[in-house]
Design a protein around this ligand. Structure first.
Ligand code: HEM
Ligand code: PLO
Length: 493
């Protein structure tokens, strides 16, 4: 019968970790190592793709780029689902956002609106460049005031990045010392520390009935965040006009109003207040935490590798000089800086396990059978540290992303997906790349970053969570020699 209907051969079963009823493979998963490194090590015993049980859920771990691309690109639609978990449900009012929402018409619709709104500000349009440069300028001013002091740059980097996304989402920004900004820093760190860490409640939802400190912190932080989002939403509703679209929230409001006017059932596409709030919440949260994290990693690596910093500065001096500030159109002219950003995204991926995917139908990965409902974790850490693909993968070497002459940026391996790929690819890739380029070029044109005397070098060990964050560290930002005299003139609006 199978032959007659041309059905494919039944596939092989995936190598599997031992598993017990109820607890699944929990006993084999006990490790002091963070999950991305532990999953990478398990390859030695089970091969690059294997399965395990988290409670009653079948989870497939993919450690090779061949299988990763099959999941994300070739069979992208089949694997576009997202599993629901206790913690992400708390964050997103049961999956009413984009990143943690399952594949559905509502998800597609919201993704499309946000994509359209981000393109409106996107590359090529002057507005986004102006916004980022305004923040870069303010940040450099503040760094100048902190000269020769050992400082944690994180709050200033976060404020600059937050103001960019705040301008895009809400047309607002924060001043130094703003109380709302301080509250935002606190709740966001609380969320990063507790959400989607594959903690026990996500594996065994029934554990919610017991008091759980992490879950309490998460609920408290989410409620502070929701109040802030609600406030922005009310302000926008009060000042809304069909004729002007100021920002992303206006774009969402316009879509909601136009479907109401056309008598479409707004519930069908999920244009409820909850969906709108959770969608901006996603973009705001992703916009702040990811880019800030990469800037922190970049500075940590630059302090470890002063020769890389000097090479970027030489390139900046040669191609831009000191009479003007870097701008987006310089991007193609600064290959060493571009290669450094790529190398930071390789060696410390923001999202080392991406966000879990879920099979929406019975399918396969390579020769292996995969059942509908299986969760698939792409271990980006393994892809980016694969010995077969990268020479000395643990070495920080921007040169690996340059051709022999050192003039053109290239990608030496296909095992590189810092933003994911396929229909769930990152929505903010273009924005993040513009920000990283502009912030780093502005800082390095003017300052040299160093370890303060008596302080240790920044730790390069990441803190695993929904984003892989560096630990806190202090640096010295010293104005470069001669900068005071040859200071770039502020660009006219
Ligand atoms: C998803 C990386 C910045 C918005 C993702 C994913 C990765 C990623 C790996 C998951 C893909 C998957 O599950 O297959 C990064 C990196 C960034 C960055 C490395 C910075 C360097 C941003 C920014 C925004 C953003 C600035 C917002 C403007 C999103 C959204 C999703 C996402 C909404 C969910 C997409 C979906 O599930 O359909 N990102 N991201 N990201 N990112 Fe980013
Ligand atoms: C960061 C903390 C915020 O308070 C809420 C938030 C929303 C969207 C999340 C983001 C957090 C972390 C990074 C995520 C992003 C969606 C896509 C992005 C997971 C939890 C990545 C890198 O995949």
């Amino acid at each position: 019968l199978r032959r007659r209907f041309g059905a494919c051969q039944p596939g092989k079963s995936l190598p599997a970790l031992p598993s017990l009823p109820i607890i699944g493979s929990l006993l084999s998963l006990k490790s002091d190592r963070p999950p991305h490194i532990f999953f990478q090590e398990l390859q030695r015993k089970y091969g690059p793709t294997y399965s395990l049980m988290m409670g009653s859920h079948n989870v497939i771990i993919v450690n090779s780029y061949q299988h990763a691309k099959e999941v994300l690109i070739k069979k992208g639609k089949t694997f576009a689902g997202r599993p629901r978990t206790v913690t992400t449900d708390i964050l997103t009012r049961d999956g009413k956002d984009i990143a943690f929402a399952d594949y559905s018409p509502t998800w597609r619709f919201h993704r499309k609106i946000v994509h359209g709104a981000l393109c409106m500000f996107g590359e090529g349009t002057a507005s986004i460049e102006k916004i980022i440069c305004r923040e870069a300028d303010a940040m450099c001013e503040t760094l100048g005031e902190m000269q020769s002091l050992a400082v944690d740059l994180a709050p200033e980097l976060t404020r600059a990045v937050t103001n960019v996304i705040c301008s895009l989402c809400f047309s607002s920004s924060y001043k130094h010392g703003d109380k709302e900004f301080e509250d935002m820093l606190d709740y966001s760190q609380g969320i990063v520390d507790t959400v989607a860490k594959d903690s026990l409640v996500d594996i065994f939802p029934w554990l919610q009935i017991f008091p759980n400190k992490d879950l309490r912190v998460l609920r408290d932080c989410v409620s502070v965040r929701d109040m802030l989002l609600q406030k922005k939403y009310e302000e926008h509703k009060a000042n809304y006009s069909d004729n002007i679209q100021r920002d992303l929230l206006d774009a969402l409001l316009r879509a909601k109003r136009s479907s109401e006017n056309n008598n479409t059932n707004t519930q069908d596409v999920g244009l409820t207040d909850d969906h709108l709030l959770m969608t901006v919440g996603d973009i705001f949260g992703a916009g702040v935490e990811t880019t800030t994290t990469v800037l922190k990693w970049s500075i940590a690596y630059l302090v470890h590798h002063p020769q890389v910093q000097a090479k970027i500065q030489a390139e900046l001096d040669r191609k831009i000089g000191r009479e003007r500030h870097p701008q987006l159109s310089d991007r193609g002219n600064l290959p060493y800086l571009e290669a450094t950003i790529r190398e930071v995204l390789r060696i410390r991926p923001v999202s080392p396990l991406l966000i879990p995917h879920m099979a929406l139908a019975d399918t396969s990965i390579g020769d292996y059978t995969v059942k509908r409902g299986a969760r698939v974790i792409i271990n980006l850490w393994s892809l980016h540290h694969d010995q077969k693909e990268w020479k000395n993968p643990d070495l920080f070497d921007p040169g690996r992303f340059l051709d022999k002459e050192g003039e053109t940026v290239c990608c030496p391996s296909a095992s590189y997906l810092p933003f994911g790929a396929g229909i769930r690819v990152c929505l903010g890739e273009a924005l993040a790349k513009m920000e990283l380029f502009l912030f780093l070029s502005w800082i390095l044109q003017r300052f040299t970053l160093d370890v303060p005397a008596g302080h240790p070098l920044p730790s390069l060990e990441g803190k695993f969570g929904v984003v892989l964050q560096p630990q806190k560290y202090k640096v010295l930002a010293c104005l470069r020699e001669g900068w005071e005299k040859g200071q770039a003139v502020a660009t006219e609006d």
